[in-house]
Design a protein around this ligand. Structure first.
Ligand SMILES: [Mg+2]
Length: 203
């Protein structure tokens, strides 16, 4: 087995919960420092926690985008519910953007980075989801929703497979941003950013 293959297998072997528990001091995983216990979550707390994490993401992305290699096609993978959109705090359609994430996404898309959205939402609502993302300001290069047979798969494995597909199209995934451990486990991203889900309270 080559060193690269060994590293990949090692990365795949990390349990889903392990990354969420990793401290922000590691170089490859940034995790939101939550300021409230799960039962105390309110909108302002959630927004402050999201902003704090995106305050780490933006300088990283600025540096990484500035260091684009010749011919490199950069991509960011994003979860949708309670990552790019305010799902559990939004009571309207279209759902509002999660503003701290939108601000970072806009910087990236304005600097040539393609945004790919990978969601556990079923394919039947792909159209309204695509419309919603574009309506609030995201530039959608690709939207991956779960097909009929994907619904029976493990969410983390499904999401990892979509990142492999994006890489197979020639993209380098410079960041993967989500709020559930299953959004981020499985590798295939240079850096992951874990927004709060308050022990699974936010989808
Ligand atoms: Mg989510």
């Amino acid at each position: 087995m080559t060193a690269v293959a060994t590293a990949a297998v090692t990365a795949m072997a990390v349990p889903a919960g392990a990354q969420a528990a990793t401290a922000t001091s590691t170089s490859t995983v940034a995790t939101a420092t939550t300021t409230a216990a799960a039962e105390d979550v309110d909108y302002d707390t959630w927004q402050a926690d999201c902003q704090a994490l995106m305050n780490q993401a933006l300088p990283y992305l600025k540096q990484r985008i500035a260091a684009t290699k010749p011919g490199e096609k950069q991509a960011i993978v994003l979860d949708i519910d309670n990552t790019t959109l305010e799902t559990d705090f939004g009571f309207s359609y279209p759902q509002p953007a999660n503003k701290p994430v939108l601000d970072v996404a806009k910087y990236a898309q304005d600097h040539g980075v393609s945004l790919f959205f990978v969601t556990a939402r079923p394919g039947i609502i792909a159209g309204v989801t695509d419309y919603n993302l574009k309506y609030v300001g995201y530039k959608v290069s690709g939207l991956y929703v779960r097909g009929l047979f994907d619904l029976f798969k493990d969410v983390a494995a499904y999401k990892t497979a979509q990142r492999v597909d994006i890489e197979s199209k020639g993209y380098t995934i410079i960041a993967n941003i989500g709020n559930s451990a299953t959004d981020l486990s499985g590798g295939h991203a240079e850096k992951t950013f874990k927004l709060p889900d308050y022990d699974g309270q936010l989808s």
